[in-house]
Design a protein around this ligand. Structure first.
Ligand SMILES: C=C(O[C@H]1C=CC=C(C(=O)O)[C@@H]1O)C(=O)O
Length: 411
């Protein structure tokens, strides 16, 4: 049997963690960063891969046992300090896609002006490494794009088919996604698109776990000291870059019955899944408009007080897939997704984030994301389809949602 994990967290000056992503070396970089704060990690002290319908439960069991045997000294005491795991889960129950939880050997965290380094290993003397900028990544070169499973025409037909099924009364909403394949002339160093995403989309969570990277605006769940938060997004309009026009479009979005319907399904699915675990909840009656550089979304922040000892990962499992990425009713939507998309979503649109030893953590929905493997990058984007959806508008919306990763790849 392996010896127990030892984790030591020490405080460091905030300036040392001012640019978290620039600290990442090439060795298994991990990221969860928003507005310059969050967590980065590298190296691997322990990890688990799991598949199928029990993937979340397997992860929770593994983590609980690991934490139960670990020797942790944490002089900072903030959420994310001490022992943490980063994780990225498969969208679907099929056994072909691995989900992963990984404990880095070094984590650097920052929250406001508090910063720390956690070192994890199996030995007794763990010295925190000096925090210095890593060798900068190279820009991907010669990036070319090709259709993924479906070309634009075929994907619009899938959307039209989904609308027909909704009109038949078989379901109310389904989120259909498509993929796009990028190929660079050499292996892509994921730290390049990560740095670009973090600087262009500071209001999003810039993540990377085991080849899945992106900048998501949607927080599936945060659990922090008994409080739970979910930022629900659904309903989108593209930005024009002209401020006056964008303000008019934001107004139109907040009045659009099609988008409000899409949004309502997503909020309901989150509120219904959180309710059994909360003693009190706040679900705002009307959404606000979240402005991103490429698109605007209808957004609702659902909050609650958790009354049981449920971990953030178990909450994520209960919420996944919300109707922001699945549909309503959930089971029918997930079956239709598999039929119409004709591709595996892999880990796109599924929980990605981190959890600490207390079970607190943050799990985003892996949107505006891509899977990198050597010189190839598979990008994903999806759109909520309701009875009034128009296939050509949905295709244009999916293209707008591909912009962050396309721009970050620089081609
Ligand atoms: C499924 C995606 O977005 C979801 C989140 C926000 C808005 C959405 C929409 O308006 O369709 C989607 O529900 C994606 O970006 O791939």
């Amino acid at each position: 049997m392996q010896s127990a994990l030892v984790a030591r967290t020490v405080a460091v000056p905030a300036e040392a963690a001012a640019d978290l992503i620039s600290l990442l070396p090439t060795d298994a970089p991990l990221s969860w960063v928003r507005r310059g704060e969050g967590l980065v990690g590298w190296g691997s002290a322990a990890s688990i891969r799991t598949t199928g319908p029990t993937r979340f439960a397997d992860g929770v069991k593994w983590w609980t046992e690991l934490v139960g045997h670990a020797d942790v000294t944490d002089e900072v005491g903030e959420p994310g300090a001490g022992l943490i795991a980063f994780g990225s889960f498969a969208f679907a129950d099929d056994a072909a896609v691995s989900s992963v939880l990984t404990v880095p050997s070094v984590v650097v965290g920052r929250r406001g002006d508090i910063a720390w380094v956690t070192t994890v290993g199996r030995g007794s003397s763990l010295d925190a490494p000096p925090l210095t900028r890593a060798e900068p990544p190279a820009r991907p070169m010669g990036v070319t794009y090709a259709d993924g499973a479906l070309d634009g025409e075929q994907w619009m037909s899938a959307v039209a088919e989904a609308v027909a099924r909704i009109e038949d009364g078989r379901l109310e909403k389904v989120v259909l996604a498509r993929d796009l394949l990028a190929t660079a002339s050499e292996t892509v160093d994921v730290r390049w698109p990560l740095a670009q995403l973090a600087s262009s989309y500071p209001m999003c969570w810039t993540f990377h776990v085991d080849g899945l990277f992106g900048a998501t605006p949607e927080l599936l769940v945060r659990r922090e000291r008994g409080l739970v938060t979910s930022r629900v997004l659904a309903g989108t309009i593209r930005r024009t870059g002209d401020e006056t026009r964008d303000a008019e479009l934001a107004g139109a979005l907040s009045r659009s019955s099609k988008d409000l319907e899409e949004h309502e399904y997503a909020v309901r699915s989150v509120a219904d899944a959180l309710e059994p675990h909360c003693s009190s909840m706040n679900v705002p009656e009307a959404p606000f408009v979240l402005h991103l550089p490429n698109v605007m979304h209808l957004a609702t922040d659902v909050t609650g007080v958790v009354h049981d000892g449920i971990t953030s990962l178990e909450l994520a499992a209960a919420l996944h897939p919300s109707a922001a990425v699945g549909g309503t009713p959930r089971d029918r939507a997930v079956t239709l997704i598999a039929e119409l998309e004709q591709m595996s979503r892999d880990r796109y649109a599924a929980p990605v984030g981190w959890m600490d030893a207390s079970g607190d953590g943050e799990w985003g929905i892996a949107l505006r994301s891509a899977l990198v493997s050597g010189p190839t990058v598979r990008l994903f984007a999806g759109c909520g389809v309701v009875g009034s959806s128009d296939p050509a508008s949905e295709l244009a919306e999916s293209q707008a949602k591909l912009v962050p990763v396309r721009d970050a790849l620089g081609g």
